[in-house]
Design a protein around this ligand. Structure first.
Ligand code: TYM
Length: 325
């Protein structure tokens, strides 16, 4: 039997190359290897997103973008988190089994609170419990994510192990699947901070729907250094980031890549071409899919019964184990 992969992505901001290379590209690549369940986590999004119409629109757009990126309904079950009520229900049971100290350590909460001090809500603090519920409901073997989710995965594993020991066997203990390359794509204009939907500078981010001209412009302006020597050197953050992006998109080894370019100009031209070559077919498919809105809306609910059955079985078990009637 195939192992099960589960992951989620938030419909906030605009999807970028970090999301694609750190997560989605790998979901697509491993589609035939695992039994896959992928979720648009719109309930997580309301921790920061508070425009209802925009949230609905972004949920639709993200769903379409996942399909356009190559997730295929024959291999991957896609669904919308808020349609399955077992997620917040299990999150509550987990909440009551997560020590405050563990939750207090979550760095994403600290980062997000700093970025948006006017909207620090309890949901934002509690976010990792809902994420743990997403994963544990589906008895997931693997969770393919970028590196920034590692700490949330550790919390998920800890709460699952603790729960199983205290109440009896209930959850499978999931393993994170973090890619060797592309797990942490950095901002193009600040290579020491992560490319992120909430980055202040748009110049540092390649969006999935950026035009070719826009990609060329952003890559040309990307921060490098004055050495003009091509080498995978972590100390040279800007160059290292560009080389890692190129490595994700080409099938070349690091030493081949190092020998391929004369200088930074040469690398940047090839990189912009490679990014656009990867994104162009996705953009075309996205335009085609979103112009047939009804088709996407149909797919958004297509897997619900299947998903609900798995979630119900786990939830009922957890509920009964803790003594809820
Ligand atoms: P989100 O929506 O922020 O990001 C979606 C995925 O993209 C990855 N990612 C990156 N990878 C490489 N470089 C980057 N710069 C970069 N930025 C983002 C993220 O690691 C993620 O894999 N908490 C999750 C959503 C979630 C989830 C889940 C994930 C909710 N429930 C259950 C897995 C399982 C998040 O905010 O992802």
């Amino acid at each position: 039997m195939k192992k099960r992969a589960f992951s989620g992505i938030q419909p906030t901001g605009k999807l970028h190359l970090g999301n694609y290379l750190g997560a989605i590209k790998n979901w697509v690549k491993n589609q035939e290897r695992y039994e896959n369940i992928y979720c648009v986590v719109n309930s997580h999004a309301i921790t920061i997103q508070n425009n209802p119409e925009e949230l609905k629109q972004k949920t639709f757009e993200l769903f379409a973008m996942l399909l356009a990126s190559g997730l295929d309904s024959n291999h991957s079950k896609l669904f919308i988190q808020s349609r399955i009520d077992y997620h917040p229900a299990l999150a509550w049971i987990l909440d009551c089994n997560i020590p405050m100290g563990d939750m207090n350590r979550m760095t994403q909460f600290k980062d997000k609170s700093k970025k948006n001090p006017k909207n620090i809500n309890v949901g934002l603090f509690n976010y990792p419990a809902l994420m743990a519920a997403d994963i544990l409901l589906y008895q997931s073997d693997f969770v393919p994510v970028g590196e920034d989710q590692k700490q949330h995965l550790e919390l998920t594993r800890d709460v699952a192990i603790r729960f199983n020991e205290k109440y009896g066997e209930c959850f499978k203990i999931p393993e994170p699947l973090i890619p060797e390359v592309g797990a942490r794509i950095m901002s193009l204009d600040d290579p020491y901070s992560k490319m992120s939907k909430s980055n202040s500078s748009e110049n540092g981010i390649i969006y999935m729907l950026d035009s070719k001209d826009m990609i060329i412009k952003k890559i040309k302006r990307a921060t490098t250094d004055s050495l003009n020597e091509i080498a995978f050197d972590r100390e040279r953050g800007g160059l290292y980031n560009l080389l890692c992006i190129y490595e994700c998109l080409s099938n070349k080894s690091r030493s081949e890549i190092e020998k391929s370019f004369q200088g930074y100009g040469d690398l940047k031209n090839a990189l912009a071409e490679a990014i656009f070559a990867e994104l162009e077919p996705i953009q075309q498919e996205y335009t085609r899919l979103t112009s047939e809105g009804g088709y996407i809306h149909g797919l958004m609910t297509q897997n619900e019964e299947y998903i609900k059955d798995i979630a119900r079985t786990t939830y009922e078990k957890a509920k009964s184990l803790v003594g809820l009637i």
